[in-house]
Design a protein. Structure first.
Length: 317
């Protein structure tokens, strides 16, 4: 087993940019593979030998002690034929996934197969509840009358997508799909029932809290709108939000760690809301979630802790 870190991501990943700089400063060997720009790079398999080559610099699979599976992306190619584009993307996805399985002895943050399970929203809610955390009242149904009855029971509800958060339209503009309030017209209309959604009671929010778990070290941050209250924190600009460091009691820390133990993950972030009456609700888990902006705005050093995770666990993998 070697002592290098393999970073699998894309060229637009600010987290990987920042961590790469910190790895350089600490003289820790690493290889960054930007999967969206494979020109000049290669992942080669020949007679059971596996190498990663970045602009002529070749590294064998046994030289990697750990892998940071960050944000890989398929290379961008323009094809007139939609079927050709789909074939191209599918071949690249399978190409990458085959090679991920050729590094079983390295320490992964985190294994793609485990990330796929941990991203399932309903599964997250069940696991969180099993761990002893409070979750909002929740309904998933395509039946109009069941949704209307649920809205009547809760008073006010919100809808959330299962997975797709941001789509790009034909003009190149990003369309954000996040949490949104469900009004009376929505309940009576048709669009709400065209595809599955997660419906939850609308919690009167004091502030949101993001918990970042690195190894089993927890960092908690409150996030509160300076003015007004929108349905989703992603609808705010950064300067419209107040960020502050929070403390967690040992009981809550154990429950959060129990969730990661259940999913067998070494890293994750989680989102909670604190209600106007002080009750805490688990919302969702982001197993490959963002955290760098929190370090930037609060000054809390999570980067070195993250690097230590890759180095220390990689050495014992």
């Amino acid at each position: 087993m070697g002592n290098k870190i393999l970073v699998i991501t894309n060229t637009e990943d600010a987290h990987a940019d920042y961590i790469s700089e910190r790895l350089d400063k600490r003289s820790i060997g690493f290889v960054r593979l930007d999967t969206d720009q494979m020109h000049g790079s290669d992942i080669c398999f020949k007679e059971s030998q596996y190498t990663v080559s970045i602009h002529g610099n070749e590294t064998g699979k046994d030289e990697f002690c750990s892998v940071w599976f960050r944000r890989p992306a398929v290379p961008e190619k323009k094809f007139k034929d939609k079927a050709v584009r789909e074939y191209f993307e599918k071949e690249y996805l399978d190409y990458f996934e085959n090679f991920y399985l050729l590094l079983p002895s390295a320490f992964w943050v985190s294994p793609p197969s485990l990330l796929a399970q941990a991203r399932l929203k309903l599964h997250q809610l069940i696991v969180a509840q099993d761990a002893g955390l409070r979750i909002p009242r929740t309904l998933v149904s395509l039946e109009k009358e069941k949704v209307k009855e649920f809205a009547s029971e809760c008073g006010s509800i919100v809808s959330k997508p299962f997975c797709v958060q941001i789509l790009t339209d034909s003009g190149g503009s990003d369309l954000a799909f996040g949490t949104r309030s469900v009004g009376r017209d929505d309940l009576e209309g048709r669009s709400l029932y065209l595809c599955p959604s997660i419906f939850q009671e609308k919690i009167p929010i004091d502030y949101e809290m993001r918990v970042v778990v690195i190894g089993r070290k927890l960092f908690a941050f409150g996030i509160k709108a300076k003015t007004g209250q929108k349905d989703d924190m992603k609808q705010y600009e950064l300067d419209e939000l107040e960020h502050f460091v929070c403390s967690l009691d040992p009981s809550l820390e154990r429950k959060v760690c129990a969730i990661l133990d259940r999913f067998q993950l070494p890293f994750s972030s989680m989102d909670f809301v604190i209600s106007k009456t002080g009750e805490m609700y688990f919302l969702e888990m982001n197993p490959n979630g963002q955290w760098l902006w929190l370090e930037m705005v609060t000054g809390v050093n999570m980067s070195d802790c993250f690097i230590d995770l890759l180095v220390s666990h990689g050495a014992s993998a």
